[in-house]
Design a protein. Structure first.
Length: 705
């Protein structure tokens, strides 16, 4: 009824922008027979880049899923692939994909090596303990250096890369690789009949014999650490170690995250893809290797283990919500145990409600192939549900389980939008609601002072894509304001306060009395840290949660300029209540008012997002680039060399970075590149904080003008 899970691979393809992820995915689809025409990213014809915005920009924005098959060692393997974006603004797509995948292929550019976003995705894979293969792409490019990239993976990512191939030639002369496991050369050539790139085996080139022997010895030495039998024979009789033993041990060491096998190729020139597919099927884990999924019993809080078995009770994780113009809302679900049937009911642990799944699909980019069921270890897309969100656990109602959900970064940049016509007003609300369901890092709120709708995201490009989608997909015409930085507030000192809330309206009144202190939360705590020190029932227990709720709501609007607080510690010390007039709402209001009165005494400060930035520039422009970063209140943290280019790392406030790409192009005649990602929040200098506070309090005045 269902396939042997041993032959299933759930993998992601991840990398820095422009390392060649999508091109690699396209070649995998072509060589596995999924597509019969090669789609190119630069032509806007890549299968996996199906959004109009992706085709125009030649970048991946949304993670696309597909299923394909590959024959290896006389077995057919099913490979579920997710091609993830490389741009830091869409890092959530990588995060949620890695949460549900069993393995990943990290693609590196043979010239650029380990770049900033390579480090980010690597850390995300570490977080979810995802085994990896490394594929050094673009070996045909000028400046390609395979062993330099291997060294960077070791030094910059703290991994243990083990080359299983060595390139024969580089740049224009890149024509093949030496397979270190089989100790023979693989040479690519174009088949005259089919015009496809094929390969043949040859002897190792004589000029490479010494180098190959050296690296083959390193490979067997690394493998021997994980197999005592190989270790013994390594010293006495290394020739007795078989290819099968090496392959099996590499697989074990890769799955337990001890090593990262490294391959190389040139995806654009169709070189190295078949061997990469062999490595994916040979070294990446199956759902059985990953083993049981661990969850929590919602009633007892005890750990529950579910095996990847189709006969076990069903449980899965909705890791992505997408809107399709033809089938409506799709939920991408990774099934961990049991079986999900088309037309069945599932239970959503977050909402506590049943959901009907009317149809199931196996995805191929943005196309759907209808399927009857989806078994353990597989990935599918479901339609027909009413309320599913990213990170929801779905299961059988009678055997509930809660799987670990996903954490998403807070948006760092906002943009005010308004519909051009009254007709667009209703459409805008619906569209923004759908987009925020799809993307947990995209948030919408209404500014209380100005009544403006503010959309927030991870960067300028992120919001640019959102606005573009509003116009094209949802046909909403909007005006947009200038980008706004998502400032936060914090309090820096301890302050004590007593708040008495009284209201007499004839009949039953309102009364609440609380004595509390507020201050910064303990280290490592985000959000509200609430400590209840009430003794002797001075405030009844049933009112305490209302006090906590009141402070939680009050944190959303700070006292300086109405920005939310990152963290707050509230200690409820004492208080009193009235037997008739007190109720939960009275204590909630007292907490909210108490915060507004106490916070100004606790020395509030404004915080701004600081970005970790990397600029790669030719040496002659280095002074200009650093001078410009200094003008932007940037702090240079490191300077390094990468080939002939210089790498500048700096921490720069986001508020100073708008339009930076254009300025950098001008400064360096278009020869420098930059990338940045969120680092942390830091206090805004007093004179700038004053301007921000004045600006935010003057919003209404400006609008009336």
């Amino acid at each position: 009824m269902s396939r042997d899970l041993k032959f299933t691979r759930n993998i992601g393809i991840m990398a820095h922008i422009d390392a060649g992820k999508t091109t690699t995915s396209e070649r995998i689809l072509y060589y596995t027979g999924k597509t019969h025409k090669l789609g190119e990213t630069h032509d806007g014809a890549a299968t996996m880049d199906w959004m109009v915005q992706e085709q125009e920009r030649g970048i991946t924005i949304t993670s696309a899923a597909t299923t394909t098959f590959w024959n290896y060692n006389d077995h057919q393997y099913q490979i579920n692939i997710i091609d993830t974006p490389g741009h830091v603004d869409f890092t959530v797509e990588v995060e949620r994909s890695l949460r549900v995948l069993d393995g990943a292929v990290a693609v590196f550019c043979a010239v650029g090596g380990v770049e900033p976003q390579s480090e980010t995705v690597w850390r995300q894979a570490d977080k979810y303990r995802v085994p990896r293969l490394a594929f050094v792409n673009k070996m045909d490019r000028t400046g390609a250096d395979f062993l330099s990239v291997v060294q960077q993976i070791k030094e910059m990512l703290g991994a243990k890369p083990i080359p299983i191939q060595l390139p024969i030639g580089a740049e224009d002369n890149f024509k093949g690789v030496v397979d270190l496991i089989e100790n023979r050369a693989i040479i690519w050539y174009e088949d005259a009949k089919t015009k496809t790139t094929e390969y043949r085996y040859e002897e190792v080139p004589s000029e490479m014999v010494d180098e190959v022997n050296e690296w083959r010895e390193k490979l067997i030495e690394a493998v021997a650490e994980f197999n005592d039998d190989i270790l013994e024979r390594f010293f006495d009789n290394p020739d007795s170690i078989t290819k099968e033993e090496i392959l099996e041990t590499i697989r074990i060491a890769t799955i337990n995250l001890s090593i990262v096998p490294v391959l190389c190729g040139a995806s654009f020139k169709n070189k190295g893809i078949q061997r990469l597919l062999d490595a994916i099927t040979g070294f990446m884990p199956s759902p059985l290797d990953v083993g049981a999924v661990h969850g929590t019993d919602p009633d007892s809080g005890k750990e529950i283990v579910r095996e990847p078995d189709s006969s076990a009770p069903f449980c899965g994780l909705a890791f992505k919500i997408a809107t399709d113009p033809f089938v409506g809302r799709l939920a991408f679900i990774r099934v961990y145990s049991g079986q999900l049937d088309s037309g069945s009911y599932i239970f959503n642990m977050r909402s506590g409600k049943k959901e009907r799944i009317s149809r199931l699909y196996q995805m191929h980019s943005n196309k759907q192939n209808s399927i009857e069921f989806c078994g353990a270890g597989d990935i599918c897309a479901a339609v027909g549900f009413k309320d599913l969100r990213t990170g929801d656990t779905v299961c059988v109602e009678k055997q509930p389980i809660i799987l670990e959900s996903m954490t998403f970064p807070e948006p760092v940049i906002g943009l005010a939008v308004e519909p051009k016509t009254q007709q667009d007003l209703d459409k805008l609300g619906v569209a923004l609601n759908k987009l925020s369901e799809e993307d947990p890092t995209f948030q919408v709120h209404t500014d209380e002072d100005s009544g403006q709708t503010v959309i927030s995201g991870m960067g300028e490009l992120h919001l640019e894509i959102i606005v573009d989608r509003l116009r094209r997909e949802f046909k909403v015409d909007i005006n947009q304001g200038a980008p706004q930085v998502a400032y936060k507030e914090a309090i820096t000192q301890l302050a004590e306060h007593r708040e008495v809330f009284k209201k007499q309206t004839g009949g039953r009144g309102k009364f609440a009395d609380i004595i509390f202190s507020i201050g910064p939360a303990d280290e490592g705590v985000t959000g509200l840290q609430f400590v209840d020190e009430i003794k002797g029932g001075n405030i009844p227990k049933e009112y305490i949660p209302s006090v906590q709720k009141g402070f939680g709501l009050a944190m959303k609007n700070g006292v300086l300029a109405g920005f939310s607080l990152t963290n707050l510690k509230v200690t409820l010390k004492d208080g009193s209540f009235h037997a008739v007039d007190s109720d939960a709402l009275s204590f909630e209001i007292a907490a909210r008012q108490g915060f507004r009165h106490a916070a100004p005494k606790a020395k509030p400060v404004l915080l701004e997002p600081i970005m970790a930035m990397e600029v790669v520039t030719p040496e002659e422009y280095m002074g200009d680039v650093i001078g410009d970063l200094n003008k932007r209140r940037g702090q240079v943290t490191n300077m390094d060399s990468k080939g002939v280019a210089r790498v500048i790392k700096a921490k720069v406030p986001l508020s100073e970075q708008f339009g930076y790409v254009t300025v950098l192009r001008t400064l360096t005649s278009g020869r420098a590149t930059s990338s940045m990602e969120f680092s942390h929040y830091a206090e805004v200098p007093a004179h700038i904080a004053k301007e921000v506070v004045e600006l935010s309090s003057g919003k209404i005045v400006n609008e009336d003008d």
